[in-house]
Design a protein around this ligand. Structure first.
Ligand SMILES: [Cu+2]
Length: 161
């Protein structure tokens, strides 16, 4: 693990997410955020762009969190006009490319929240990859703007937010 002063300075200048700990120089998460949960709900989702700058494919295999009882990797699929979520065993981030987790597509399903996630909070997720590396993220909770619940289909959201 090697972190230059420049890198740390950049982190401080960038609003979020805040990378608490990263033992891989190849993997980064951009624009990471957690959707505010409606009152009485202990389930929500996390979104981000996962980038693999390395020259080997890496697979996200597990996500842990002190703030949630369970985290699953999901993909929203639409078949015959019906939308449902599929649980994925892993999420591959190919070498020198990135994978977008966004409303209406792939996402991290956050289950059994210790407290109802509310806008303004910062919550922690720990992403574990099959090469043994960890990405420890502190992510802001935000209200989703201009879109409805992520169970529904969105064609309008693509690329960076
Ligand atoms: Cu889901």
């Amino acid at each position: 693990m090697r972190r230059s002063a420049t890198f740390l300075a950049l982190l401080l200048l960038t609003s979020a997410p805040l990378v608490l700990f990263a033992d891989s120089q190849a993997l980064t998460a951009d624009d990471a955020w957690i959707r505010e949960a409606p009152p009485g709900t202990d389930t929500t989702a996390a979104y981000m762009a996962l980038e693999n700058a390395g020259d080997e494919d890496v697979t996200l295999v597990h996500v842990g969190s002190p703030d949630f009882g369970r985290v699953e990797i999901h993909q929203t699929v639409t078949e015959d006009g019906r939308t449902r979520m599929e649980k994925l065993d892993g999420l591959e981030i190919p070498a020198e490319s990135s994978v977008e987790l966004a409303p209406g597509g792939k996402h991290l399903m956050l289950l059994e929240a210790r407290e109802q996630p509310q806008a303004g909070q910062m919550l922690t997720l720990v992403l574990e990859f099959d090469d043994g590396s960890l990405l420890d993220l502190m992510m802001p909770v935000r209200q989703e703007t201009g879109r409805d619940d992520h169970d529904h289909h969105h064609e309008d959201h693509e690329g960076d937010a």
